[in-house]
Design a protein around this ligand. Structure first.
Ligand code: ARG
Ligand code: ZN
Length: 879
């Protein structure tokens, strides 16, 4: 709340003391857990001889404090819930501080620190959760060797886990037992983990490239062990891939993953003991969709990859978060591309970036990949730090080439292993390994906002030259009014009149490597020589830079790219862009009360692509998927009327559906009846195309029969939920829909993760009645306002993905959401602050809704007792 809590990058300085080792003893009790912490410390050379030791704390109760075994006199220290200061410590040599705290894991609804839900003790310490366990230097640049003893009741907690290797285990009196773990790798406190409870487990083995055997274990709820196989398979593939692609070998004898059902985010890379949201581990064909499988593979790999990028080399301070997250997302993306089909994977990344990061970068919460200040670090686990950060590493790879990128990364691992470093340290490795100066490029880390590139072209037939004038402009963002030109690697392709690619004999006007133009100035003209005919120009192939491109191209040129581009990402983008333009025009027509006409050439192109057997089904499904209502709103950018968008999209969708009904029926028939389920990319792509076609077919026939039949015939969750969504969204009032929703509810009564799909499908049914439906669903006994997955599936989906329902003109959606946020904020601020961000673009709404939204945001802001997380977000949104 008060500005004095703001943390600034410029204030960074090392701690006065160094922690060498930490010995923790947990005596676990549901309501009362005692934590004994023995820290071996010494004064950092050069730090003032009288500097006190100041340790972080959050909601702690001190139960004992001793120096080298002797209790400390009260005048030697000050203990508060949020910190501990100890005076008069030795000037030189090491000493041991013993701290005892008491905590209540059952009361910990924040799910940060040590918490107990459904009988399971588990931890989440990143970013600042360890200070809720014991007083400590809870910051990433303090690396220590941990030994952890866990004592608990053996019957309710047969399983006692922490980081590293198990070194001792034995029974104690009174039905208790203990386990002792030792992690030989010095680590920051945010990577500490503890799990205790009663879980099922699957085990496997991995032999590393140097021949060491590693035990792999995945722990899940009893009865769900057979749903952990895909996660295990993904883990082994990730381990092998990291060896082959980046030369990274695993370093402990055991690697464990625990799936927990109450978890604020996706997963956490604790050393040797990853903790996961169970929705990112559990999968079988009957309960998980292809999308779930994809996410599991990606996140298991992501957390595993952190072992080198994050754990072995960590961040000096939290401003450097993208050092580990951006790089690890990039590694994850490369892994996924290698496991599946590269361009399809890339299109998904582009869609995600545009739908999530661009709006963040263009709104009140915009911040650089490497921020310079924060009030609450929890709020900086953003798509900018993660996904834009990944794009920045991808651009480095584009600038340097794959081999040079690898050389730079090798140097990074060699030079900084065991260190806590900065983004500058990272960049320096690429410079030192390759001799390339990245000082201009580095601006990508410091300047927020999505650059807009305006393109103009002129073809000179007599001279056979094509000039391409590129202008870049990055809009102002909070705290950064003036922007400098960036170094932007832009892949550009030329498509000749017969559809073939064209190669210039020379290019002047700036650096060019392969098809990459290096745009480094505010404006630059590249001249392509030896171009015998006027080409169609494809800009930002493969989405080589995370930018917006402003290029007024003829429809014919865009069609040529949509038909002939060999880069499938650009090809998809052309198709998608044509569809988006049609939808924007249709929205304008709805608002003007004029009829909507759909360009027959667009319809033909889409339908043709859908049936093009030379393209893989997954790509055809992507091409056939119309931009969402949210995409259309973002494209408009201002004066958004969700009802007009909805009406427009529905009309365009219906007209395409009727136009292509024949083709859609063929596709549905041809692609139905795969009996053996395989989660691989090829099978998933076939299901995606089939279900996309089914949605069109349902609209073309305007009756629920086909979807109902598809639901009944479904043998896997992907097909089942697709059919259910078609029914719910296109035929919300049909008897068939009621029957299917009811069937699903009963069939999966004991499966919270599956019911999340049921909540989500209903939360996103468009229209005014959505709010009442959501309120009704909140009364369902499967809903639990304390569980983040349930909240996101129902309330989150409603607010983020139901534009007409949430943005009801009377503002009732906003009021409901504000009430929910205010209530939930008392329990789980990480969750509420994150949820709140779905309203960050409220100023793009038409004035009536905008005013209603603002009223509710101001009502929230007016509360005195908001969490720091929510206060930070709401204040920035209203600035
Ligand atoms: N480091 C975790 C990951 O791999 C996420 C931790 C999120 N923490 C938070 N405070 N939001 O991405
Ligand atoms: Zn991560």
């Amino acid at each position: 709340m008060s500005a004095d809590k703001t943390v600034y990058l410029k204030d960074y300085r090392p701690t006065d003391f160094i922690i060498e080792t930490v010995d923790l003893i947990f005596e676990l009790g549901a309501e009362m857990t005692t934590v004994g912490s023995e820290i071996r410390l010494s004064r950092r050379p050069g730090s003032p001889a009288d500097a006190p030791l100041t340790l972080d704390g959050d909601s702690l109760e001190l139960a004992g404090l001793a120096l080298d075994g002797k209790p400390l006199a009260p005048e030697r220290y000050e203990a508060a819930a949020d910190g501990l200061t100890v005076h008069g410590l030795p000037e030189s040599g090491s000493f041991t501080l013993t701290v005892k705290t008491r905590i209540n894991p059952s009361a910990n609804t924040q799910l940060l620190g040590l918490y107990r839900t459904s009988g399971l003790f588990s931890t989440q310490c990143e970013a600042e959760g360890f200070r809720r366990i014991t007083y400590f230097y809870d910051r990433p640049d303090v690396l220590a060797v941990y030994t952890v003893t866990i004592i608990a009741d053996k019957e309710s907690c047969p399983l006692l886990l922490s980081n590293g290797n198990l070194i001792e285990e034995r029974n104690l009196e009174d039905g208790r037992h203990m386990a002792k773990w030792h992690d030989p790798f010095p680590k920051p406190s945010y990577l500490f983990a503890l799990v205790a409870g009663d879980l099922a487990m699957i085990e496997d083995q991995f032999t590393t490239m140097s021949g060491r055997a590693v035990t792999l274990r995945i722990y899940v709820e009893h009865g769900k062990a057979d749903r952990a196989d895909y996660a295990m398979d993904s883990l082994k593939r990730a381990m092998r891939w990291d060896e082959e692609r980046f030369g990274r070998e695993y370093d402990l004898d055991i690697f464990m993953i625990v799936a927990v059902s109450d978890f604020n985010m996706g997963a956490m890379e604790n050393k040797g003991l990853n903790i996961f949201n169970d929705r990112l581990i559990l999968a079988d064909p009957e309960t998980a969709t292809d999308d779930d499988y994809l996410r599991i593979e990606a996140v298991v790999a992501h957390e595993y990859f952190h072992n080198w990028t994050g754990n072995r080399i960590t961040c000096r301070d939290w401003f450097q978060l993208s050092l580990k997250e951006g790089l690890t997302v990039y590694r994850e993306h490369e892994f996924t591309a290698d496991q599946r089909t590269r361009p399809v994977v890339r299109v998904d990344e582009v869609k995600f970036l545009r739908a999530n990061q661009f709006p963040e970068d263009g709104g009140p919460l915009a911040h650089p990949v490497r921020p310079t200040q924060y009030l609450e670090i929890d709020n900086f686990y953003t798509t900018t730090v993660y996904e834009k950060g990944s794009e920045v590493s991808r651009m480095i790879a584009t600038l340097l080439g794959t081999d040079n990128f690898r050389r730079g990364l090798d140097l990074f691992f060699e030079r900084h292993d065991g260190g806590a470093v900065t983004i500058e340290d990272y960049l320096k490795c690429f410079e030192d390994a390759t001799g390339r100066d990245l000082s201009h490029f580095a601006l990508w880390y410091h300047q927020a906002g999505t650059p807009v590139i305006s393109v103009q072209s002129a073809y000179d037939e007599a001279a056979s030259t094509l000039s391409l004038t590129l202008q870049q402009k990055t809009p102002p963002t909070p705290g950064q009014k003036e922007k400098k030109p960036l170094h932007i690697p832009l892949r550009v392709g030329l498509i000749g009149p017969n559809g073939d690619g064209m190669e210039p004999s020379a290019v002047s006007g700036g650096e060019r490597t392969e098809d990459v133009l290096h745009l480094t100035e505010a404006e630059q003209t590249f001249v392509f020589k030896g171009i015998g005919a006027r080409p169609a120009i494809s800009v930002n192939r493969d989405f080589s830079a995370p930018v917006k491109v402003n290029f007024e191209q003829s429809r014919d040129d865009r069609m040529a790219i949509a038909r002939f581009e060999t880069d499938l990402v650009a090809r998809w983008d052309a198709i998608n862009g044509l569809a988006l333009q049609a939808l924007v025009e249709a929205t304008a027509a709805v608002r003007a009360g004029t009829p909507i006409s759909v360009d027959p050439a667009l319809a033909e192109a889409l339908i043709e692509t859908a049936g093009d057997e030379t393209l893989e089904p997954a790509f055809r499904a992507l091409a056939l998927t119309l931009p969402s209502e949210l995409d259309i709103g973002r494209e408009l950018g201002r004066d958004i009327d969700p009802d007009a968008i909805h009406a427009a999209r529905r009309t365009v969708f219906g007209s395409l559906a009727r136009e292509g009904a024949e083709r859609f029926r063929q596709l549905v028939d041809a692609l139905s009846g795969d009996t053996e389920f395989s989660p691989n990319a090829d099978s998933a792509g076939r299901r995606a195309l089939r279900n996309t076609a089914l949605a069109y077919l349902a609209s073309a026939t305007d009756e629920p029969g086909a979807a109902r039949a598809a639901y009944d015939a479904a043998t896997n969750m992907t097909d089942m939920i697709a059919a259910l969504r078609i029914l719910a969204h296109q035929f919300p009032d049909a008897e068939e829909t009621a029957a299917v929703l009811d069937d699903f509810r009963h069939r999966f009564a004991g499966e919270p993760l599956v019911l999340d799909k049921w909540f989500g499908a209903q939360a996103t049914i468009p229209g005014e009645e959505a709010l009442e439906r959501v309120k009704r669903l909140m009364q369902d006994e499967a809903f639990d306002a304390l569980n983040p997955n349930r909240v996101r599936a129902l309330v989150g989906a409603f607010a983020s993905s139901n534009p007409t329902g949430f943005n009801r003109p009377d503002g009732a959606g906003y009021r409901f959401f504000a009430d929910f946020i205010l209530d939930a904020d008392k329990r789980n601020p990480t969750l509420t602050a994150r949820l709140m961000t779905v309203m960050r673009s409220f100023e793009a709404l038409e004035v009536g809704r905008q005013a209603k939204a603002r009223t509710e945001l101001e009502r929230i802001a007016g509360h005195e007792t908001l969490s720091r997380n929510l206060r930070d977000i709401i204040d920035r949104m209203l600035k």
